[in-house]
Design a binder for this molecule. Structure first.
Ligand code: HEC
Length: 257
């Protein structure tokens, strides 16, 4: 599912760099100090995205944005909303603070914290010699910015996460989480193997969804876990914000788009 997006270089040269991005951004922000002044930089986002209105279907808590982050920070120093109705994009970000280190396509929550990052549009430390007079062009080519794709990229896929056990082949509870569509169909409205009578995800009802219980119940809470494995204490990523994201997604109907 690799998607190639391209940064078109410079008004002057129109040279096309073959930088490729996957549709899952690990969210690992590399470290470096940039000494350039950034207020002259301009980022222009054009093209189109898929499922742009997905986040607004969760209510007012989340917003899809293009945003600039300082190194290691999860609160943007600058951001622009991507309108949920936008069919084709034309968004310009300018007036950046010097601390900005990456520009990302991401979703933020009500306290402005990044919950999911889909792509790094530009990284200042990877392009130290960038001439600020050259607009940074980013042409989106239909990336899926749905809530579920965000959950999939951030929570399920990637090193040290669910794939470690629930990969392809033999998997605990016969639950395979590799692939966006495949994982969705093994989760949503599917009977739980460990807790008969419950669905893994029951759209609209987080409390009675085994996925949500697995993601929020630790053994230290004094309960016997029907799934025999304390995910909360042992699996990366099950922090408060991600638990809330799962809850909000299930409550809003657990849609794939
Ligand atoms: C270290 C291995 C391991 C990892 C990593 C892991 N799980 Fe599990 N998971 C298990 C085991 C073991 C069970 C219980 C199997 C049983 O009791 O039959 C389980 C059960 C489940 C169930 C219950 C399924 C059902 O049908 O009742 C869900 C949902 C689940 N895991 C989701 C996840 C998610 C989401 C992640 C990543 C955030 C994850 N797991 C990561 C080992 C793991």
């Amino acid at each position: 599912m690799d998607k190639n997006s391209k940064i078109l270089l410079g008004l002057v040269s129109m040279l096309v760099l073959g930088l490729s991005f996957t549709s899952c951004d690990d969210g690992d922000i590399a470290e470096a100090k940039s000494m350039t002044l950034k207020d002259g930089y301009v980022v222009r986002l054009t093209g189109s995205l898929t499922n742009v209105s997905s986040w607004s279907s969760l209510g007012k808590s989340y917003t899809l944005v293009v945003a600039g982050f300082a190194e290691g920070d999860s609160f943007p120093t600058i951001s622009k909303i991507i309108p949920p109705s936008a069919e084709s994009l034309d968004i310009t970000l300018s007036g950046m603070e010097n601390s900005v280190s990456t520009i990302e396509l991401c979703a933020i929550n009500s306290i402005y914290k990044r919950v999911v990052s889909y792509d790094t549009i530009f990284s200042f430390q990877d392009n130290p010699g960038w001439d600020p007079r050259d607009t940074i062009f980013y042409e989106a080519d239909g990336q899926d910015v749905s809530v579920y794709n965000g959950i999939y990229c951030k929570l399920l896929a990637g090193k040290g996460k669910c794939f470690r056990c629930h990969g392809s082949g033999n998997a605990p509870a016969d639950l395979h989480l590799v692939g966006k569509e495949a994982s969705y169909s093994e989760l949503v409205a599917m009977e739980s193997k460990t807790t008969p009578g419950f669905k893994r995800v029951s759209p609209g009802d987080a409390e009675n969804s085994i996925l949500y219980r697995v993601a929020t119940t630790a053994k230290s809470d004094g309960v016997t876990l029907p799934w025999h494995y304390d995910h909360v204490s042992n699996v990366d990523g099950l922090d408060y914000n991600n638990q809330k994201l799962l809850r909000d997604w299930i409550t809003a109907g657990a849609k794939i788009d």
